[in-house]
Design a protein around this ligand. Structure first.
Ligand code: ADP
Ligand code: MG
Ligand code: MG
Length: 927
């Protein structure tokens, strides 16, 4: 995504290209750096930033927006690259400023009747760390008097001027903002008043003097009196703010490309601080938490800009504006409706009322909670504003996944300790521990623990595995803690910088001074980043209750969220082309998968069927010296395996079940080499060595591998241990026959792992077909079994055309394929250096989380094509963890697979994303 964005934004053409005839005016070809609000629209966010594009859109809708213009991101990019404003910019700004002055009938900073403007940053994505808006630009020692006259209020004029010096001093000139705040507090104290509106003109005048002194002292220069200089400096400061540390950090965390640049908006001022008939406010067109329609917002009389959200005075709920100023209120309601209908979505807005006249200062499609996203999508469908396909684009799998985690009871009383970055969702409660060793020790004795570290590193891995959740005070969404926790599906809050972690003293200090010692209970919310003192009760997610069938969307008392999720899922199921199957190894998982909407099993691993009590039989199989011994061991295993399959086919009756024959290396079924060596050595020293242990040790040595992942496993096992695969195939066939006899509808598919060449598959196939034919003859049925292979080695993908000659289906094993294509051993690389790779931007997300489209993905695409060229009816699926990853699901849709298979819990996410992918590609086809 990172690269795509870059590639899609061509560099601007230079204003005068070399090939151009110098006599022809360059303006025809030159880049345009400045757009009047009347010239833009909401689709120009790349160029005008979000704020500028939406100001233009509102202007063109005929809404009351104070006139102004936007300097483009292209100008910013040139400035950032060359360190200077592009040559053409100054003249263009002058032309637009002239036009604005003519329109307003006043000149910027003019002594008797000044035009004032605000300078506002606005990138494509809003981000912290960008320059704060500077209001009232154009005021000076002279024009402040003009403003007083114009407005008929000395106090207002001097208040505006002191605000300018304060904002400009802090954000443009870099003066410590506290110095101004302290002076303001002093003034209030001296006068014995509490809030700034109680200061009069003389007080403000005095403050202006003090503020100017602060600026001179701190910056060794006077506050600039030239209005154009004020404006130009502010514009430049906005450009510079693109590269503040906070902005850079945020972009890295959110994977926003570093070279987009920001636009700058110059907007003529309107004043909410002109008295009680003026004010400023913020509003949502509907509740961003629930989606309910209504009047949501805050209003503050006699105030400017951010006053309303700064908490300096008490705001009133927006509904009260109706009493204060009915005309403006009614107009605002009208505008909010216009905006919702126009944007067809929840909008948030900023407005100002100047002496009874309403002005719109900002709007954008508002952020919302995951739950509200689903509700709003269905509400908008009901209102006829969007169709079902569009509703699918308004939600996503990550939001659905968030709604499926258990959560803290909202009604519970909580004590917030602090907050960090929501790195891996979930609600975890446990006793605080400050090192990995204690985490492991305590959890072994049955305690639930939260591992608290400043940062984690590979040494913390065992502690992270034993903990309920992980809390760190440092690091962002790509820190070691965050990456590893997400990989494990563990709750994690990271980068909670306000919490001071002292691992030596084993304690954590919260901002309020509360100290958490080892053993104290804390609760962490990985969906919000909040950290609480004590145990917050956890409730199951109603969405999971619904998927489990314990709550019905049709019921009268059904949760509104559940109803919305139910409807959106129905839209997705209706349009999606990809089928969704589950990775499930036992009847219980299979049953849950079915409740969650699985259309079969895409991967049933058989290895667990060889563990537990059956391990001894496997040992006998491996140690067998003669064919008889081996046969004996296999015939012991056969009925047990068959029993497993009967259950599984029953719970997936009528749906396909892909059974993968044994995959892992044999040593996994044998005792640990060190343990066994010690046992044998001890026995020898006591002179009572056990014959079996000795043989076992020899076998362990014989089977010991340097790289088990690349050793004797998968189809290779089936080829060197006579009878093993035949036994598994027989168990499957007999189970199917038994289900048939019971009037069931088993649909088994036999899958051969780790095939690299068609010859391997041919040999296995021949043997399997014989076994199946035998079973079919014995029972007098046609079982309709199919036989296919995993594609999980590069060689298999590269020779897929040949392999398809012997395969009825392919299932892409993208976990192993990723390991083998990259040469990564997942367990090793994730813990040791993935963090470094993510931080350096080598990849944006782990290729084990989201499919690497260019590498692994291109093998998948080519193998799918080659396979289908050989066998047009070849069934294609994927059974790696990518099958449940939103972005990967879109990719699999696009390359034309038939199904994805994922863990039961991810099935709803895969269904939703498969629907979104289908709706999206339909939309782009018809465009
Ligand atoms: P942010 O991105 O932080 O919301 P804004 O550019 O929207 O910054 O401006 C900060 C505050 O100043 C907002 O309350 C906004 O409504 C107000 N504001 C911005 N420009 C003007 C203007 N020209 N006249 C009056 N208020 C303004
Ligand atoms: Mg704003
Ligand atoms: Mg594999």
């Amino acid at each position: 995504m990172f690269l795509a964005v870059r590639a899609a934004r061509p560099r601007g053409v230079s204003p005068v290209s070399e090939t151009q005839d110098p006599h022809v005016s360059p303006s025809a070809d030159a880049v345009k750096f400045v757009y009047d609000f009347t010239e833009g629209n909401k689709d120009l966010k790349d160029l005008l930033g979000g704020k500028g594009a939406n100001l233009a859109e509102m202007t063109n809708l005929g809404l009351p927006v104070p006139p102004g213009f936007t300097i483009t991101t292209e100008a910013c990019k040139e400035y950032l690259e060359s360190g200077e404003e592009p040559a053409a910019l100054r003249a263009e700004v002058t032309a637009h400023l002239d036009a604005l002055e003519r329109q307003m009938g006043k000149k910027l900073g003019q002594a008797d009747n000044p035009l004032l403007v605000s300078v506002r940053s606005g990138a494509k994505f809003s981000m912290p760390g960008m320059m704060d808006t500077v209001l009232n630009i154009g005021l000076s020692d002279e024009s402040v008097n003009g403003l007083a006259e114009q407005a008929g209020s000395e106090r207002f004029a001097w208040d505006s001027y002191r605000r300018l010096i304060q904002m400009f001093g802090k954000t443009v000139l870099g003066v410590d903002g506290d110095l101004f705040e302290e002076a303001l507090d002093e003034a209030k104290k001296a006068k014995g008043v509490k809030v700034d509106v109680e200061l009069d003109a003389a007080d403000m005048k005095k403050l202006v003097g003090q503020f100017k002194e602060i600026v001179s002292k701190e910056t060794k220069r006077d506050f600039p009196q030239d209005p154009r200089e004020q404006m130009d400096l502010a514009v430049r400061a906005v450009f510079d703010s693109w590269n503040t540390d906070r902005a850079k950090l945020y972009r890295r965390q959110e994977r926003i490309p570093g070279d987009l640049g920001t636009a700058v908006n110059v907007c003529s001022m309107v004043f909410g601080n002109l008295g009680p008939d003026s004010g400023t406010g913020v509003a949502f067109t509907r509740d961003p938490a629930s989606g309910h329609q209504g009047v949501y917002g805050d209003y503050l009389q006699n105030a400017q800009g951010e006053d309303v959200v700064a908490g300096i005075r008490n705001t009133v709920p927006l509904a009260e504006l109706e009493q204060l100023d009915k005309k403006s209120y009614d107009e605002l309601m009208q505008i909010m409706e216009t905006l919702e209908t126009h944007y067809k979505d929840l909008c948030d807005i900023e407005f100002t009322i100047e002496r009874g006249k309403l002005w719109m200062l900002q709007t954008r499609v508002g952020k919302r909670t995951a739950g509200a996203a689903f509700r709003i999508a269905t509400q908008l469908v009901d209102q006829g504003l969007i169709d079902e396909a569009e509703a699918l684009q308004r939600v996503n799998g990550a939001q659905l996944a968030q709604l499926m985690f258990p959560r803290f009871d909202e009604k519970a009383k909580t004590e917030l300790l602090g907050r960090g970055i929501a790195a891996s969702p979930g609600a975890a409660v446990g006793k605080a521990v400050f090192d990995s060793y204690t985490a492991v020790k305590w959890s072994r004795s049955g305690e639930k623990v939260i591992l608290i570290r400043r940062e984690t590193n590979p040494d913390d891995l065992n502690g992270m595995i034993s903990a309920e959740g992980i809390l760190t005070s440092r690091g962002g969404k790509t820190s070691h803690a965050a990456v590893v926790a997400r990989g494990m599906g563990k709750t994690c809050v990271c980068g909670a910088e306000e919490l001071e972690v002292d691992t030596k003293r084993r304690c954590l200090t919260a901002p309020g001074g509360v100290v958490i010692e080892e053993g104290d209970v804390v609760s962490i919310d990985g969906s919000t980043g909040k950290v609480y003192l004590g145990e917050v009760p956890v409730v199951p997610s109603p969405v999971v209750e619904y998927f489990e069938g314990r709550m019905h969307a049709g019921a009268d008392d059904a949760d509104e969220l559940v109803k919305a999720v139910h409807r959106v899922m129905a839209y997705a199921d209706r349009v999606r082309r990809l089928r969704v199957r589950a990775n499930a190894d036992n009847a219980e998982d299979a049953a849950r998968a079915r409740r969650f909407g699985a259309q079969g099993i895409g991967l049933c691993r058989t290895e667990h069927m060889f563990l537990g009590e059956r391990r001894e039989m496997v040992e006998r199989l491996i140690l067998a010296d003669t064919g008889e011994e081996r046969e004996a061991a296999l015939s012991e295993l056969l009925p047990l395996q068959k029993g497993d399959f009967v259950e599984l086919f029953e719970s997936m009756d009528g749906l396909p079940v892909t059974v993968r024959l044994l995959d892992p290396p044999l040593h996994e079924f044998l005792p640990d080499i060190t343990e066994l060596s010690v046992r044998v050595a001890l026995a020898e020293s006591r002179k009572d060595s056990n014959e079996n242990d000795l043989r076992l040790l020899q076998a362990v040595h014989r089977l010991h591998e340097q790289n088990p992942m690349l050793g004797l496993r998968g189809v290779r096992l089936g080829l060197v241990i006579p009878g093993l695969f035949a036994m598994q195939v027989r168990a499957i066939a007999e189970a199917a026959a038994e289900r048939r006899a019971a009037n069931g509808d088993p649909r088994a598919e036999i899958m051969i792992p780790l095939v690299g060449t068609v010859q391997e598959l041919e040999i296995v196939r021949e043997e399997a077909e014989q076994v199946i034919a035998e079973v079919e003859r014995a029972h007098g049925v046609d079982l309709g079994l199919t036989l296919g292979t995993m594609i999980e080695l590069p060689r298999a993908a590269l020779t897929a055309g040949q392999i398809a000659e012997s395969a009825d289906f392919f299932s892409f094993g993208t976990n192993d394929l990723t390991q083998t294509v990259w040469g990564f051993s997942r367990d090793d690389v994730e813990a040791s250096f993935f963090t470094a790779y993510l931080e350096k931007g080598i990849f944006g997300v782990s290729p084990f989380e989201t499919i690497d489209k260019d590498g692994v993905g291109s093998l998948v695409r080519n193998a799918a094509e080659a396979g289908r060229a050989t066998r047009p009816d070849l069934k294609l699926g994927v059974c790696g963890e990518h099958g449940g990853d939103p972005e990967s699901v879109h990719f699999f849709h696009e390359v034309g697979l038939d199904y994805v298979s994922c863990s039961p819990f991810r099935i709803p996410v895969a269904r939703l994303e498969a629907g979104r992918a289908a709706a999206e590609s339909k939309g782009s086809d018809s465009r």
